[in-house]
Write a protein that binds this ligand. Structure first.
Ligand code: SAH
Ligand code: SF4
Length: 341
């Protein structure tokens, strides 16, 4: 069977090319053809030897996902893409426009195992990990279709990226590679449910990626109700670990806090959040809960979000509010389910 040459990290690709009779430096040339020029036909890779092109044709191929459909928000042009994998599984990714950057929110898994009770992806269960090539294809296809240069990547789509560790990190290495997408680590954000073993591994890589930790409560009982992962990795394990992240990696740390009406928005919780994060080099991002069909929680009032923001700011904590984008097309945080668009 031919191997898909897309999504092979540089070191492994060099080994593969040498095993096919090529030179190490051919790997860089092939990466440039694939990722910079979108050329998938080996015969068109004019700087490779005839012999290597023949070997590549015989042993390798370049696969690609398919765009099934897309929906564009009439409010803010946010575009949600539904993509189909070779095995017919479907995933979603979302293109978002901010003043200085074009962001792609990518999926890392088909579904998710973690079952957070406020999240559409969690409700649909887990199918499988995405491969590195499938993660990269989201960028490749959206960039080609939209003609928009994407310069910011957030792993905040379907799935838990740190539970699909190897494929996610391989994809990040290709996103960062100068011979591929050349996107700096500070323009890449991994969002995690708080999967401690994955965070431990990531810290050891010492790459200054942005890390977003989905906190959503500072009370173990409430957090365990919302996010079953908290039973295994409670706040007492999670917080001391993530506190070390900025210092060791040089990357930025953000706590995501989705405010759900009358669930995790009490005054007691804000004060506790302020005291727990006060001595951590971090930012808090408040997300008003986005409605999900089948979930009974309610959105908080915007005044409540503003109140939280003020209390945290008074405690000298940097706070941002994530204003919902693409809600008319169900593309906002937690609304990705990969059903038909
Ligand atoms: N699995 C990772 C990344 C994907 S979820 C994680 O959990 O962090 C991306 C973000 O959307 C997370 O912060 C998640 O908690 C949040 N989210 C999920 N459902 C939501 C909803 N209904 N409203 C607002 N945010 C939600
Ligand atoms: Fe999975 Fe993240 Fe959704 Fe939780 S919030 S179910 S970890 S995708």
């Amino acid at each position: 069977m031919k191997i898909n040459i897309k999504g092979i990290p540089k070191k492994e690709l060099e080994e593969k090319i040498v095993s096919l009779g090529g030179k190490k430096y051919n790997a860089v040339q092939i990466m440039q053809w694939l990722y910079k020029r979108n050329i998938y036909n080996f015969s068109e890779m004019t700087n490779l030897s005839k012999n290597l092109k023949e070997m590549l044709n015989e042993h390798c191929c370049v696969n690609e996902l398919k765009i099934v459909s897309k929906k564009i928000s009439s409010i803010d042009k946010t575009t949600k893409y539904l993509l189909e994998c070779e095995d017919k599984e479907k995933i979603e990714c979302v293109l978002l426009f901010h003043s200085a950057r074009n962001t792609l929110c990518v999926s890392s898994q088909v579904g998710c195992k973690f079952g957070c009770i406020f999240c559409a992806t969690g409700l649909s269960g887990f199918k499988r990990n995405l491969t590195c090539a499938e993660i990269l294809d989201q960028l490749i296809l959206v960039q080609r279709d939209s003609k928009v240069q994407i310069n910011n990547i957030v792993f905040m789509g379907m799935g838990e990226p740190l539970e699909n560790y190897t494929e996610t990190l391989n994809a990040i290495s290709i996103l960062m590679a100068p011979e591929a997408f050349n996107i700096g680590p500070r323009k890449i954000t991994i969002s995690t449910v708080g999967f401690v073993p994955g965070i431990e591994k990531l810290i050891k890589e010492k790459i200054p990626l942005n890390l977003s930790v989905s906190l959503h409560s500072v009370d173990d009982i409430i957090r365990s109700e919302l996010m079953p992962v908290n039973n295994k990795y409670p706040l007492g394990k999670l917080l001391p670990l993530v506190k070390t992240y900025p210092k060791i990696t040089g990357g930025k740390l953000t706590f995501e806090y989705t405010l759900i009406d009358k669930v995790n928005d009490s005054f007691k919780e804000i004060k506790k959040l302020a005291s727990l994060t006060g001595d951590i080099k971090c930012k808090v991002n408040l997300i008003p809960f986005n409605c999900v069909s089948g979930v009974e929680y309610k959105k908080v009032k915007i005044e409540q979000v503003e109140k939280w923001k003020k209390v945290l700011e008074n405690n000298k904590i940097t706070v941002t509010v994530r204003h919902e984008k693409g809600s008319d097309i169900c593309a906002a945080c937690g609304q990705l389910r990969a059903l038909n668009l």
